[in-house]
Design a protein around this ligand. Structure first.
Ligand code: CP
Length: 335
């Protein structure tokens, strides 16, 4: 296992498989009356979130607590960053207290990589700008596999605001490493730049016509449909004429859902959340029997328990926490 989880590219197929297998065991804890195992007793995990979050932050906190770690939440607004303290000073300050791991969400792509170079603790990327969200990709794979079995040879279509999606970037790496075929669908304005050469290099396909991909003449049947959120908060200009036109072209509407389930009743629908109901996904689709949205949320705890376990208590991360000397606090001390 790597020391940090900054990108899905930190995990080869075997490491992904190990994390997903352990998550299956961790998931069982969720159904116990007493949800507590001693695995990370004595470890301290800092959830440092500079962007809002419901699912990721709470599931990391629950994951740590269920494994008996001490988990502490710090947000940008409530920390000294609001007084102008830099990210570097913030994380080095907390690291000096001897913490074991940082779970970080930040608006800047690459922020977690930078933090990993500044601290002694393990760093887990909980979403950095438009770059990556590796634990989301892991929980997506876990959820799809529980319904579909192995993803090897399965066809996953990822639809929506791809330009701004860190979930897309992590999922592309993860799904290809697990052997799935992937098709991306978006209006040209929401396709990442350089997508053609990227697709050629990483072996996925790209389309702009959602209905053609989902059920057009000769189209490869889709096993899983991942709808991505339109990230209005990251949009400075107009990426589509109106919300209505976006929905007609790229939304999972009630009619589209009916056509899809006629073609393949076993199809599964994922969305990382939060959903814009009525924009990229209709309420009928979000709540349909084929929807795995809440299964994804449930899996989030088990997968994050697994990640924390492998990074903090696995072979490479399991050194006695008391033996770690915080670099910035003790270096040069005469004591
Ligand atoms: N999927 C996801 O990252 O959701 P949150 O923003 O609520 O954490």
């Amino acid at each position: 296992m790597p020391r940090h989880l900054l990108s899905m590219s930190d995990l080869d197929a075997a490491a992904i498989r190990t994390i997903l297998d352990t998550a299956t065991q961790m998931h069982e804890v969720q159904h116990r009356e007493v949800k507590k195992i001693p695995t990370l007793r004595g470890r301290t995990i800092i959830n440092l979130f500079f962007e809002d979050s419901t699912r990721t932050r709470s599931s990391f906190e629950i994951a740590g607590k269920w494994m008996s770690a001490d988990t502490i939440n710090i947000t940008g607004k409530g920390s000294a960053t609001s007084k102008g303290e830099s990210l570097r000073d913030t994380v080095r300050t907390i690291d000096a207290m001897g913490v074991d791991a940082f779970v970080i969400r930040h608006g800047a792509s690459g922020a977690c990589h930078q933090v990993a170079g500044w601290v002694d603790a393990h760093v887990i990327n909980a979403g950095d700008g438009t770059h990556e969200h590796p634990t989301q990709a892991l929980l997506d794979a876990y959820t799809m596999e529980r319904r579909l079995g192995s993803l090897e040879g399965r066809h996953v279509a990822i639809v929506g605001d791809l330009t701004h999606s860190r979930v897309l970037r992590s999922n592309l790496i993860s799904l290809r490493r697990l052997g799935a075929a992937v098709t991306l669908v978006a209006p040209p304005t929401l396709m990442p730049s350089g997508i053609t050469s990227w697709a050629h290099r990483d072996g996925f396909t790209v389309g702009h016509d959602l209905d053609a991909v989902l059920g057009g003449e000769g189209a490869r049947p889709v096993d899983a449909l991942m709808m991505l959120r339109v990230q209005k908060e990251r949009m400075s200009g107009g990426y589509f004429p109106t919300a209505r036109e976006y929905t007609v072209g790229y939304g999972l509407t009630r009619d589209r859902l009916a056509r899809l389930t006629d073609l393949n009743p076993e199809i599964v629908i994922c969305h990382p959340g939060p959903m814009n109901r009525g924009l990229e996904i209709s309420a009928d689709a979000a709540d349909a029997a084929q929807s795995l949205v809440l299964d994804q949320v449930s899996a989030g705890v088990a997968v994050r328990m697994s990640v924390l376990y492998h990074l903090l208590a696995g072979a490479d991360g399991g050194a006695d926490a008391a033996a770690r000397v915080p670099r910035s606090a003790w270096a040069g001390s005469a004591a």
